[in-house]
Ligand binder design. Structure first.
Ligand SMILES: [Zn+2]
Length: 585
């Protein structure tokens, strides 16, 4: 007995030793040079006027995808879409709400109130039809949240089918980290959750009450992003709203006033667990006219196969969105949204990572997968599609590292990895940051919900531990205030504007450092034997992985002439079935 224990112990020691040596050797070899000038060249090209702002569904977006696919190919990486190509088709629909769209509140008694499109409300038809007519009662739903883990339910069995939901953006006010994460915004507070949840419950339209303080951005931002054209993934079986809308706070006050209620008081009531839906006795009569256009966008995907037999079906995924806002022909002067920082920089890092991973002699234990995704600016569409299709890919990602909008400002002494602390990989991230002389900078504004605003979130939603890597505020030779000033200047003068252009005086050494940091994390993740998981209790711990059940719509996406008529399970051997099932968990 004693001997057995000793044997087991010595085995353990030997194993640990081997792993340790393996790591060291790998680390030494790995500090492959990331070339800042190669990153510069990618950024310069992707942000050039020739690419017309890489708009989703526009010519420039296609040129960018072709460029990235060409680079992947030139490095010798394999194509990695489920179709065996570098380009993964992403069927999309663009919807433009037309000016003849009308919204009118009809009270039980008294005069109807007609609203002004864009000034009072914005709306978009997620249900993807050219015309929609709504005449339905409006129900106030507080925050419209069902969150069993916080024992919170605003609906209380209320049947929302065929009705119009009125609700606040954000979530119940709290300082308690155990209750909606205190000041940190959870996904329940995001507008996208409100639309998804109410549509799931059968609502035809949802009116989110806009308050600048709650949304952390002004009406102008809402109006700009919802008042123009919006793209969606082609509609599947999930129910969608005909009127996904925002209304100004004053308009909401007028609306609840018609029911003899006060918006401030409703806001107070919304803070309570005892809140129950309130029928306002007012109907929304709406005509929503949209210009509709179907098209196919592309994610660009490549991989390097893994070498460790046991784990080679698993992959470390790197993502960066390549799309930006395109070209606005209605605008005079320079009308190209070049998107140099947002996100030619992330693509430059992704490509340099791809080159490095392709070049390294010894194959990684797990596969390395790269995805330059489209439609991020339209609402994380490309990555959402990627997440939905994840079980169809040749390999199964166990971690996603994302890069989105990094300033080429010199050598960073800090790194932001917000969301990494949600995963069991965090100790490795912390140790690696230390090796790189990088201090981890905590999310400065957790209440703004940045975690839900970039592509890693789409992977998190399907249960894959995921986070973005970016620089903090402290750069070599400068103080923190300088970094903050640069960030403020970017947000104010260039963010999502045609002024986000490439500059020759940019210093790309920092981006090379971020690429090297991402490489090291990928190397460790690919080698480690422990699984990477969400920390217990995290909101994504139980995120449902997409199923491998045959989805006819997805299978024949982009082929309108084909549809699934019959599906029969073939009796595969248990081994294959096991593999499929463990993949879908
Ligand atoms: Zn952006």
């Amino acid at each position: 007995m004693k001997k057995k224990v000793w044997l087991a112990l010595s085995m353990l020691v030997v194993c640990a030793l081997v792993v340790g040596i393996g790591h060291l050797a790998a680390a030494r070899e790995m500090r492959v040079k990331m070339d800042p000038e190669k990153i510069r060249a990618h950024v310069k090209y992707l942000a050039s006027d020739a690419l017309e702002g890489r708009g989703t569904g526009q010519k420039g977006g296609g040129l960018a995808a072709d460029y990235i696919a060409g680079q992947f190919k030139s490095y010798g990486l394999q194509p990695a879409s489920e179709a065996g190509t570098y380009l993964q088709s992403v069927p999309m629909v663009s919807m433009k709400t037309l000016p003849e769209t009308t919204f009118t509140f009809i009270p039980a008694h008294g005069e109807p109130v007609a609203l002004k499109n864009l000034d009072d409300f914005v709306t978009s038809n997620e249900n993807q039809t050219e015309s929609a007519d709504i005449d339905a009662p409006i129900v106030f739903l507080g925050y419209g949240i069902t969150a069993p883990e916080y024992r919170w339910d605003d609906y209380k069995d209320y049947d929302l089918k065929g009705k119009v939901a009125l609700l606040f953006v954000n979530e119940p006010v709290s300082d308690d980290p155990k209750f909606f994460k205190g000041k940190t915004l959870t996904y329940y507070g995001r507008w996208s959750y409100k639309y998804e949840e109410t549509a799931r419950r059968g609502a035809v339209a949802t009116l989110i009450i806009h308050r600048t303080d709650l949304a952390s951005y002004g009406w102008e931002v809402v109006r700009n992003s919802w008042g123009s054209e919006k793209s969606y993934l082609e509609k599947g079986r999930v129910p969608k709203l005909e009127g996904a809308s925002w209304i100004q706070k004053e308009v909401a006050q007028k609306l609840v006033g018609m029911a003899g209620l006060d918006l401030g008081e409703l806001y107070q009531q919304s803070q309570s667990r005892d809140f129950k839906p309130i029928e306002l006795g007012v109907r929304l009569k709406a005509h929503i006219a949209s210009q509709m256009h179907r098209f196919v966008g592309h994610n660009v995907m490549a991989m390097r196969a893994g070498s460790r037999l046991k784990d080679s079906h698993q992959a470390i995924l790197y993502t960066a969105h390549y799309d930006h806002l395109g070209i606005d022909k209605s605008r005079s002067g320079h009308n190209i949204y070049n998107g140099a920082v947002d996100n030619a920089t992330g693509c430059g890092i992704l490509l340099e990572l791809a080159r490095a991973w392709a070049k390294v002699k010894e194959a990684p234990e797990r596969a390395i997968l790269f995805a330059a995704v489209t439609g991020e600016e339209q609402g994380l569409l490309g990555s959402e599609h990627l997440g939905k299709r994840i079980v169809y890919l040749p390999v199964d990602p166990i971690l996603d590292l994302n890069f989105d909008a990094l300033g080429p400002l010199g050598i960073p002494e800090e790194v932001e990895v917000s969301g990494a602390e949600r995963t069991t990989f965090y100790p490795v991230v912390a140790a690696t940051a230390k090796e790189f002389g990088l201090v981890i900078r905590p999310d400065p504004r957790p209440e703004a919900g940045h975690y839900y605003r970039s592509d890693h979130f789409s992977l998190a939603r399907v249960g894959i531990p995921a986070f973005s890597i970016s620089e903090g505020m402290k750069f070599q030779g400068h103080d923190e205030a300088w970094g903050e000033q640069q960030a403020d200047d970017y947000v104010k003068n260039r963010y999502h504007q045609p002024t986000d252009v490439y500059r020759d005086d940019w210093d790309f050494r920092g981006l090379a450092k971020m690429a090297a940091f991402g490489y090291e994390l990928g190397l460790k993740a690919a080698a480690q034997s422990e699984p990477i998981q969400w920390v217990p209790g995290d909101e994504f711990e139980k995120a449902p992985r997409p199923q491998t059940e045959i989805d006819g719509e997805a299978l024949f996406a982009g082929r309108r002439d084909l549809r699934l008529t019959n599906a029969t399970r073939i009796g595969y051997s248990p081994v294959i079935l096991n593999a499929v099932e463990s993949k879908s968990k």
